[in-house]
Write a protein that binds this ligand. Structure first.
Ligand code: GLY
Length: 308
């Protein structure tokens, strides 16, 4: 049985064509990459790739991680010239003896392996950054809310990631790619490219990946902890609930923070959950493709319109 699961409705357009790449013997990473790369290239998506909102200095920096197993993963961090962050991460995994490359070296490595240097800041993202820079009193809160229109931010601020998990007869694979937090301090890196934080895949125990405020989940090794719960016998929904309850208990969660988690067990059970309402996921299986909100929502209060 094949399965494709991803975060946010903006990952919907390429789901069917990606699912078609999950036939017998196919590499599930190819299907996951197909979804992730389409989102990275879409200038309407303001939290990933080319459309991503920049840091406080107006510079875009992109982070990504791809993973098949604890022995097979690659991260590209703080890319400032190469837009195709997921492809750069896959090159690190497949063509380098390392697991993580960051900064100018990551760009250079990706370009040496054929990825182009491109304009990183989309015109709409530049306009929104200029508006933010010209209005220092602007509410800097993060409030991702998926209304199905591609853009997640009701106000300026927020950050969210496209995370994709794919499964077929060859096993599991995952991709996580992001432009990180808008108006972030230059140099800031979130959870997405950190193995075990933004994404973790273990062929025998399952896969999990997270979107939302990276600062809340790095310290809990969040994706690893969801897979570890599954290793101990928890169903994916229980493993996600355990992680989100732990974050709520231990981290300085603000009203505007959001987390969305998706997970698949090796036997094909899957689940999605979020800290608050407003998160959507996309799933394709033999029954077709659905965009849905998770039943598992830990805090019943929506993200406020204005920061407290
Ligand atoms: N979850 C994406 C980030 O915090 O950068």
């Amino acid at each position: 049985m094949s399965l494709l699961l991803s975060t946010w409705s903006f990952s919907r357009p390429e789901h069917e064509s990606a699912f078609a790449r999950l036939g017998p013997g196919a590499d599930p990473l190819d299907a996951a990459m197909h979804v992730a790369e389409a989102v990275e290239a879409d200038p309407e998506v303001d939290s990933v790739g080319y459309g991503g909102l920049p840091d406080a200095s107006g510079g875009v920096s992109l982070d990504a991680l791809v993973m098949r197993s604890p022995a097979e993963h690659g991260s590209a961090i703080a890319l400032t010239q190469v837009r195709r962050a997921a492809a750069a991460a896959r090159l690190v995994m497949e063509k380098s003896p390392h697991r993580i490359l960051a900064g100018p070296g990551a760009d250079t490595f990706a370009m040496q392996h054929g990825l182009p240097a491109e304009e990183m800041l989309a015109p709409a993202a530049r306009e929104r950054w200029e508006a933010w820079r010209n209005d220092p009193n602007q509410d800097p809160g993060q409030r991702p809310w998926d209304s199905g229109l591609g853009r997640l931010y009701r106000n300026e601020g927020g950050h969210d990631t496209v995370c994709v998990l794919a499964q077929n007869d060859q096993g599991l694979a995952g991709v996580c790619t992001t432009s990180g937090m808008p108006w972030k301090a230059p140099g800031r890196v979130g959870d997405s490219p950190i193995p075990g934080a933004g994404l973790y895949v273990h062929p025998r125990y399952g896969a999990a990946t997270i979107t939302g405020t990276g600062e809340l989940v790095i310290g809990n090794c969040a994706s690893f902890s969801v897979v570890e719960s599954m290793r101990q016998g928890a169903e994916p929904s229980r493993a996600i609930a355990h992680l989100l309850e732990l974050v709520l208990a231990e981290q300085p969660v603000k009203p505007e923070d959001q987390l969305g988690v998706i997970a698949i067990s090796p036997d094909g059970h899957w689940a999605a959950g979020s800290l608050r309402p407003g998160f959507k996921y996309v799933v394709t299986d033999e029954q077709g493709t659905r965009v849905d909100s998770p039943e598992l929502v830990i805090v019943d209060e929506p993200i406020p319109e204005t920061a407290s």
